[in-house]
Design a protein around this ligand. Sequence first.
Ligand code: ATP
Length: 283
Amino acid sequence: MTLFEKAPAKINLSLDVLDKRNDGYHNVEMIMTTIDLADRIELRPLEKDRVKVALESRYVPSDERNLAYRAAALFKKEYNIKKGVHIQVEKCIPVAAGLGGGSTDAAAVLRGLNKMWKMDIPIDELSDLGAELGSDVPFCVHGQTAIARGKGEVIERLNPPPPCWVVLAKPNIGVSTRTIFQRVKPGKLPHPDTAELLTALKNGDFNRMCSHLGNSLEDITFSVHPEVERIKEKMRQAGAEGVLMSGSGPTVYGLVQHESKAQRIYNSMQGFCHEVYLVRLLG
Ligand code: ATP
């Protein structure tokens, strides 16, 4: 039996860094939603008790460093499973882009193995297990739209945002989340108005949502990679209604209500940026 699992990318509608914890991580508050840009994960049982990952990518290793591999190894260890699995990863989400590509692959493997090995593990337990792999994995296990607190492991589901188009623009650079967090000085960061954004989502108010998107990490990434700020400016000039950098960057997205306008913005960003995508929210 071969099992397919979709692994959608996420965008941050907000990312707030609250304070630094004693364990070295930061407490965050992040509203995230999934988008229709996805990797495809194919799981096949193996006779031998081993994990094998296959993928074609210049940027991502297929050995035990791969998050899909680590998710399968963790799942096997946690539930003492002596079976093997072959994982084929078809990567469509850009790597080190702020779109949670590795985290969503890991989450899809956890969900997929739960089905393939008929384990019936509740989603919250899978999400807690995912927290051992990375702070965006719990959100990706749930998908849709949610606010993540703590290190990212405390998940509360939210109403989906009003339907709209998403233009994504990624310059030809990768950003290491760890490097950006190392530059964080908690007392000196701007903070998004998360309460306003939550109200906008609750009321399905697109304009209010767009005017309260916010990301505490933007200025740090802009100072390291000024081209990201230029892309944000360009996206705004092109007419996107809400514009923000996702995660620690470098991808900038624009939210647009009408398809014809979204298509125009997509075209104009293509003349300016290395990789541009036009997708819908899934959230
Ligand atoms: P986030 O938004 O969660 O911070 P990101 O989108 O910025 O993540 P990823 O695409 O997850 O970043 O890649 C970060 C690093 O993880 C890369 O250096 C990559 O080599 C490594 N990695 C390991 N496994 C995977 C995977 N399955 N897909 C993508 N990257 C992976």
